[in-house]
Ligand binder design. Structure first.
Ligand code: UGY
Ligand code: MN
Length: 270
């Protein structure tokens, strides 16, 4: 009998909270199903619950949060933390305003990239709640390379590209692929049933992954994990990784990746 077969009395819980928990935090990866990510508040956001997914305390070089904004919520005052921001709207309707973008009406699937230090404000538009993902990162400037311009777009406008010709796979690039002004990518990777990676990846780049559709088995380090819609995964540098979709529907995830920059040395090398 499985824990989910028990019918608990109102106000009580099923057995199995420990045995069935999928959450794992390891030195170079984390799997965090959404039900275990507790709510926080932040002074700069009004009537908004913040779910912290990745940040430096985890070992990540970037931050990722899900903002659950009530109908009356939004930024309390113009926000400027000196970081780059990538906002993606999951649900609801919002306006985002900044000098670089003007006032943008966001609907589910809309995304906005703001370069470092761009002051901005966010408001709900129809008084209904919204869910907004925010990826933040300090900009890694390189002499001779221009800083990246802001981007306003929608998932509907993205081309589906198959980079390596493997059957049943596509990439949607939300930031321009191969444009050296940007120091990170956010891509949507899709897998038809039966498709998988051509090999186990091990690379210096880290990832923040949100499952958008479907389900599958993720190899992280040397451990296999079953994952599905709404799960979050952080993969640190050099974490071996591989994905098999399972079930009969397409699986897709949104993936942050730091790119286009050299190794950072924190100690003097002689
Ligand atoms: O581009 C990537 O690094 C990607 N293929 N990794 C991943 O999906 N875990
Ligand atoms: Mn990868």
């Amino acid at each position: 009998m499985f824990g989910h077969d028990f019918q608990p009395a109102p106000g009580t819980f099923r057995p199995g909270a420990i045995g069935e928990a999928r959450c794992r935090i390891k030195h170079n990866y984390a799997l965090m199903p959404p039900e275990g990510v507790m709510p926080s508040l932040l002074p700069q956001w009004r009537d908004t619950v913040v779910r912290f997914l990745a940040g430096p305390v985890l070992g990540a070089q970037f931050g990722q949060v899900m903002l659950e904004i009530e109908g009356s919520g939004g930024t309390r005052q113009p926000l400027n933390d000196g970081l780059q921001h990538f906002y993606y709207l999951f649900d609801g309707a919002l306006t985002l305003s900044s000098e670089a973008t003007g006032t943008v009406d966001m609907t589910p699937g809309s995304f906005v990239f703001l370069p470092a230090g761009e002051t901005h404000e966010v408001r709900t538009t129809d008084g209904a709640p919204a869910r907004l993902m925010d990826i933040r990162k300090p900009y890694f400037a390189v002499e001779g390379i221009d800083t990246p311009p802001a981007i306003v777009s929608h998932r509907d406008q993205l081309e589906k590209i198959n980079h390596n010709g493997t059957i049943g796979r596509t990439w949607e690039h939300m930031l321009p692929f191969g444009d050296l002004r940007y120091d990170f990518e956010v891509n949507i990777l899709s897998f038809e049933p039966g498709a998988n990676f051509p090999e186990i990846e091990t690379h210096i780049n880290e990832h923040g992954l949100v499952m958008l559709e479907g389900q599958g088995m993720y190899l992280l380090g040397s451990d296999w994990h079953e994952v599905w819609q709404e799960d979050f995964i952080w993969m640190g540098a050099y974490c071996p990784q591989f994905f098999y979709p399972t079930g009969w529907t397409r699986s897709a995830y949104m993936l942050y990746k730091n790119v286009n920059r050299d190794t950072v040395f924190t100690h003097q090398v002689r």
